[in-house]
Design a protein around this ligand. Structure first.
Ligand SMILES: [Zn+2]
Length: 100
């Protein structure tokens, strides 16, 4: 997988990924956001004027990918469960980064 994929498909749904310095849809504390209606994921690359390290951007990306995966699987209650998303995205990221 590319470090910064621009599109991906899950459960037959294609999403575009946008790496943004800031965006009207992002609250100040948001690292990313999944816009299900438009098949779009926003991932923040700057916070408080400082460029985020690559691992922070990747963590935010995988978090949003898990939101998209659960939503596309027809499990919106899981997609909106932040604790579940945090646990699953951290586990998947560990698997992806430790796989040899
Ligand atoms: Zn989230």
């Amino acid at each position: 997988m590319k470090a910064r994929p621009k599109t991906f498909t899950v459960s037959g749904r294609t999403f575009t990924v946008h790496y943004v310095r800031d965006h009207a849809l992002l609250n100040d504390e948001d690292m990313g956001r999944t816009d299900y209606d438009h098949g779009r994921i926003l991932v923040r690359t700057y916070l408080d004027g400082t460029r985020l390290p690559a691992d922070a951007v990747r963590e935010a990306l995988w978090h949003e990918l898990m939101h998209a995966a659960f939503w596309s699987a027809g499990l919106p209650e899981c997609a909106e469960n932040e604790d579940l998303i945090l646990q699953v995205s951290n586990a998947v990221l560990q698997i992806v980064t430790s796989a040899k």
